[in-house]
Ligand binder design. Structure first.
Ligand code: AMP
Ligand code: MG
Length: 419
C-alpha cells in the first residue's frame, strides 16, 4: 500500500488554502467512474446518463389540437362579417376522424385529438356559437396553424433528447417515456462509506453518559448522501484509538469509491484521522481559508477518494456542499457547473473579521418591491446546527470582507442549488 504524502499540494503552515483552490484541486484529482448499468427508467431517478439519448420518433407523433374547439380551413373564414361552417363529425384524443374537411365544413375536436385531413387551424369552442350541426363566429379569423400542435414540436426523430452526463430528474424521466424509451444506460453510482470518530459520541437509542453527546454527523451525512441520490454504508462510530481508526479505514477501503469521516482531523491529541490517512494512503491536508470548516484532509485510500471532514456539525454540512458534492458529481459523470449565486441586500449588519471566507447561514426572502433580502440566522459558531436548520441559504462573505452593513449587496447561495 502506498504511504506517500503529496507535499507539493500542502500550503506552508502559515498559509491557508482558498475554497476555490481546494475545490479545483479536488476536481482535478477525482475521476469519473467508468462502469455503467442498464436500468428501467423508474429506477433511474437521480442517476446520470452514461450515453446520449436520441429519439426514434417524433413527439408529438402527429399534428393535434391544443384546444377543445373546431378544426377548420382558414381559407373558409371571412375576414369581415361572420362565418358559418357545417360540423362534419367529432374527433377525440385517441379516436381520429377519418374523413376530410372540405370547403364550408369543420370537425368538432378535443385537446390532443389528431387534426383531421384538410383542416389547418382550430378555433376555440368559446369563440363560436353552435346551432345544431353548424357553428358561427365572427371577428379576427384564425391564422393557419393556430391552436395546432405540430408533429415533432417537442422532439423530432433523430434529435438528441438528453446528453450523456445528464442527471435524471422527474422531467427527464418523463421525457424518456415520451420518446418511448423504457430502459436507459446510466453510470454506476459512487459507493460511499462513512463513519464518525470520537470517544464522546453516543449512538441514538442509548442514554447519554457524562461528557457524551449524540452523534449527529452520521445522520446528517446519511441525509446529504441520500439527497444526492446515493446509497451508502454507515460504518458507525469509531473510537479515538489508533488501532480502531486503522480498522475502520481498512473496512471502508474494501467497499467504497468514496469515504467520508467526521472529526479527528485537527491537531488534538485524540485526532487520528489525518495521520492514519498519511500512513495507509495518500494525503493532501489543508488548512482552509474558510469558516466554518478550517481543517480538511483529502486523499486516496486504496481505490477510494477520502474526505476527512471536520467534527463540528455545521462544518460537516458546509464542507460537504463545497467539496464533497462537486466531487460526487464529477465521479458520477456530471459536467462541472458553477454555483448558482444571487445578489441580495443585507437586511441587517452581518459581522465578519477579515481573513477567512465565511459561509454564514442566512434567510433569504423578497421585500414588497421584489428585492432579495438576506438576514442572519443569528450566532454563527460551527457547533450550532440549529443555524443550518433555520437557514435557506449560505451568505458568502469573501476572505477579505470585513462584514456587510445593512443595505449592502452580498452573494447568496440558495440551498435549492445544493441538491
Ligand atoms: P474534532 O474535530 O474531533 O475535535 O471535533 C470537533 C467538535 O465536533 C467537537 O466538539 C466534537 O465533539 C464535535 N463532533 C465531532 N464529531 C461529532 C459528531 N459525529 N456529532 C456531533 N458532534 C461531533
Ligand atoms: Mg474528535
Amino acid at each position: 500500500m502506498s504511504t506517500s504524502t503529496v507535499d507539493s499540494c500542502a500550503p506552508p503552515e502559515d498559509q491557508l488554502l482558498s475554497v476555490d483552490e481546494a475545490r479545483q484541486r479536488i476536481l482535478d484529482a477525482v475521476q469519473v467512474i467508468d462502469a455503467s448499468e442498464q436500468l428501467p427508467i423508474r429506477a433511474a431517478l437521480n442517476r446520470v446518463l452514461a450515453e446520449a439519448v436520441v429519439s426514434g420518433i417524433d413527439v408529438p407523433p402527429f399534428a393535434n389540437s391544443a384546444m377543445d374547439g373546431y378544426a377548420l380551413r382558414c381559407a373558409d373564414c371571412a375576414t369581415a362579417g361572420s362565418t358559418r361552417l357545417m360540423i362534419l363529425g367529432t374527433c377525440f384524443a385517441g379516436a381520429p376522424f377519418d374523413g376530410e374537411v372540405q370547403a364550408g365544413q369543420c370537425v368538432r375536436i378535443m385537446t390532443g385529438a389528431p387534426m383531421p385531413a384538410g383542416a389547418d387551424a382550430v378555433i376555440m369552442q368559446e369563440q363560436v356559437e353552435r346551432e345544431d350541426d353548424t357553428i358561427r363566429f365572427s371577428g379576427t379569423p384564425p391564422d393557419t396553424g393556430e391552436n395546432v400542435r405540430h408533429a415533432g414540436d417537442d422532439t423530432c426523430r433523430g434529435d438528441l433528447v438528453l446528453e450523456a452526463g445528464t442527471r435524471l430528474g422527474a422531467a427527464e424521466i418523463g421525457l424518456l417515456a415520451s420518446v418511448g424509451i423504457s430502459e436507459i444506460r446510466v453510470k454506476r453510482q459512487p459507493r460511499v462509506a462513512f463513519f464518525s470518530t470520537g470517544d464522546e459520541l453516543t449512538s441514538l437509542g442509548a442514554p447519554l453518559a457524562k461528557g457524551h453527546i449524540y452523534d449527529c454527523n452520521r445522520y446528517t451525512l446519511f441525509a446529504l448522501l441520500t439527497q444526492a441520490g446515493l446509497s451508502c454504508h454507515d460504518l458507525g462510530v469509531v473510537a479515538d484509538d489508533r488501532e480502531a481508526v486503522r480498522a475502520a479505514f481498512r473496512q471502508a477501503g474494501e467497499i467504497a469509491d468514496l469515504i467520508l469521516t467526521s472529526g479527528g482531523v485537527s491537531v488534538g491529541e485524540a485526532d487520528f484521522v489525518t495521520e492514519t490517512l498519511e500512513e495507509m494512503g495518500d494525503i493532501m491536508f489543508w488548512r482552509m481559508a474558510m469558516k466554518p470548516g478550517k481543517p480538511l484532509a483529502f486523499g486516496r485510500l486504496q481505490q477510494a477518494w477520502f474526505f476527512g471532514l471536520p467534527g463540528n456539525p455545521v462544518s460537516v454540512i458546509v464542507t460537504f456542499y463545497q467539496f464533497v458534492l462537486p466531487a460526487i458529481r464529477k465521479m458520477a459523470g456530471e459536467p462541472a457547473r458553477a454555483p448558482l449565486l444571487l445578489q441580495a441586500q443585507a437586511g441587517e449588519n452581518l459581522k465578519k473579521a477579515p481573513g477567512r471566507a465565511e459561509f454564514q447561514r442566512g434567510i433569504l426572502s423578497r421585500d414588497e418591491a421584489g428585492q432579495w433580502i438576506v438576514t442572519s440566522t443569528g450566532a454563527q459558531e460551527s457547533h450550532l446546527l440549529s443555524s443550518m436548520s433555520k437557514a435557506n441559504c449560505f451568505v458568502l462573505l469573501p476572505a477579505e470582507s470585513t462584514g456587510a452593513d445593512k443595505g449592502e449587496v452580498v452573494s447568496v447561495q440558495p440551498f435549492c442549488d445544493l441538491i
